[in-house]
Design a protein around this ligand. Structure first.
Ligand SMILES: Cc1cc2nc3c(=O)[nH]c(=O)nc-3n(C[C@H](O)[C@H](O)[C@H](O)COP(=O)(O)OP(=O)(O)OC[C@H]3O[C@@H](n4cnc5c(N)ncnc54)[C@H](O)[C@@H]3O)c2cc1C
Length: 455
């Protein structure tokens, strides 16, 4: 799929540096085998302390999963499959509503086919149990009714996530806690993480303390924005990418009865969907809407279906975005298709100076600007160490010492796997089924079942 992570791709203009991690001295690190040792430790403790408060409001778990989007759901499912019957998983999210897919992308066409969502939805034993616990019809059964080889609206994928999320929370080994993890610290003596959670649903926020030897961050990302080289005249107002991906919101945001120009920056999957939404709007109900499309690329990049593998699987256009690109944007199609009456292409190719000149020249013509320049990680809980994600193992490494951080892992759009395709292209694997594939490889080593470290 073609979502871009800002850290993984140079955006159109250079972003201000963002710090994802709290800094400070790192505690000494421990054995690579720690998760296994810690799971064993849990097994002993659980006989005496399972579900009891070790200190007021402090509860002991086998694992804590932070976030309940597509990746948090998959991590919870995978841990249920791998940890023993006596295990307990604390699962923390402010809402348990399926993450960003349901919050922001229900009106977005998918870039993967319905069958891929089904492969995810049935990919763990725990998922199959969770679905059985839910009455029918549900998000999974509705997905089964779709044409499997076709793409679909992401609301179908979102409904499936909701079904799995609700079903997993009914599992007696899972404790769902509504709130946000705000702080994480490693307790050396106990070889476990202590997490502080700010409860969501109360007037005076409650604080919970959980401990576990294994913690997985599935905390997601949000659209990145960059500082634009603005002219001295008034800067155009930013339209949030999330809103422009919702035609129902876009329709009411922009005026119908007067000229309005929207600048769109980028050529990624999201940028092309934004152009598609704006063109539809101009043709349907907003005849005075015009678009300036700022792009560095003279040609769009498409996913190419090879013999058993996909070239540019994570960075090329797919589905309706690819169709739209070919029909309206590629080569001289803007002029030929008539879309050029609405969309004007602004050439930002040729390097930083040319790009800056294009912005200084064209931005004054825009009333609004939409940045589709990648995604940036959501802020992580406060931590004592400054850590870096290892996108081959799913673990974290201390930036100061280069050593592995015990018991801490990540997954999902914020922490994707690094993959190299058959043509040697390096990409970051973002998408429901890709998260699952990564987890199937690495979770056994996280929980100490696999003796070999994940490659
Ligand atoms: C436009 C677009 C189209 C896409 N289309 C497809 C597609 O067709 N097929 C596909 O497979 N993928 C698609 N994707 C990618 C995929 O949907 C996303 O990558 C996926 O939703 C990311 O899931 P996630 O769980 O990593 O993050 P999120 O969905 O963002 O979930 C993160 C969760 O963590 C919670 N959280 C964050 N911080 C904390 C904290 N401190 N404490 C507790 N909770 C916390 C958040 O509230 C949220 O609920 C698309 C993405 C985009 C942007």
């Amino acid at each position: 799929m073609s979502v871009k992570i800002d850290a993984l791709r140079r955006p159109l203009v250079q972003p201000r540096p963002t710090r994802c991690f709290a800094s400070g001295p790192l505690r000494p690190l421990y054995s690579q085998r720690l998760p296994q040792r810690a799971v064993a430790l849990f097994a002993i403790r659980t006989l005496v302390t399972d579900n009891k408060q070790t200190t007021p409001k402090t509860k002991q778990y086998s694992a804590i999963v932070v976030g309940a989007g597509a990746s948090g759901i998959a991590v919870t499912g995978s841990l249920l499959d791998h940890l023993g019957h006596g295990s307990r998983i604390a699962w923390v999210d402010p809402d348990f509503l399926g993450g960003r897919i349901n919050a922001c992308y229900r009106e977005v066409p998918s870039n993967t086919i319905a069958q891929t969502f089904l492969d995810y939805g049935k990919g763990f034993e725990s998922f199959r149990r969770a679905a059985q616990a839910m009455s029918e019809p549900n998000g999974l059964t509705k997905l089964e009714a779709l044409e499997p080889k076709s793409t679909c609206s992401l609301h179908h994928a979102g409904d499936m996530l909701q079904t799995l999320s609700d079903g997993l929370r009914r599992d007696e080994r899972v404790s769902g806690l509504k709130g946000a993890v705000v702080k994480a610290s490693w307790a050396k003596g106990l070889a476990e993480w202590a997490m502080t959670i700010q409860g969501k649903n109360s007037k005076s926020p409650t604080t919970h303390h959980l401990v576990a030897p294994l913690v997985v961050y599935c905390t997601g990302s949000h659209p990145a924005t960059v500082k634009l080289p603005t002219p001295s005249t008034e800067t155009p107002k930013n339209l949030g990418l999330d809103d422009v991906l919702k035609p129902s919101v876009l329709r009411t945001t922009l005026p119908k009865d007067r000229p309005v120009t929207v600048g769109v920056i980028g050529a990624s999957h999201s940028a092309i969907l934004v152009l598609r939404n704006l063109l539809d709007l101009a043709r349907d109900s907003h005849p005075q809407l015009r678009v300036r499309w700022f792009t560095r690329h003279t040609e769009l990049k498409y996913a190419q279906y090879m013999d058993g593998w996909i070239l540019y699987d994570n960075t090329g256009l797919k589905g309706l975005a690819a169709e739209f690109g070919r029909q309206y944007l590629e080569g001289d199609q803007l002029a030929k298709s008539g879309a050029g009456e609405i969309i004007t292409r602004v050439d930002c190719s040729g390097g930083a100076e040319q790009e800056k000149a294009a912005f200084l020249r064209e931005l004054p013509q825009c009333d609004h600007i939409v940045q589709a320049v990648g995604f940036t990680r959501n802020e992580l809980p406060e931590m004592e160490a400054e850590v870096e994600f290892d996108n081959t193992t799913g673990g974290f490494v201390d930036r100061a010492t280069g050593q592995k951080v015990p018991g801490l892992f990540g997954a999902g759009i914020a922490f994707p796997e690094k993959v190299t395709d058959k043509a040697g292209n390096v990409e970051y694997a973002v998408g429901f089924f890709k998260f699952m594939k990564f987890l199937k490889r690495v979770v056994p080593s996280w929980v100490g079942i696999d003796q070999k470290p994940a490659k």
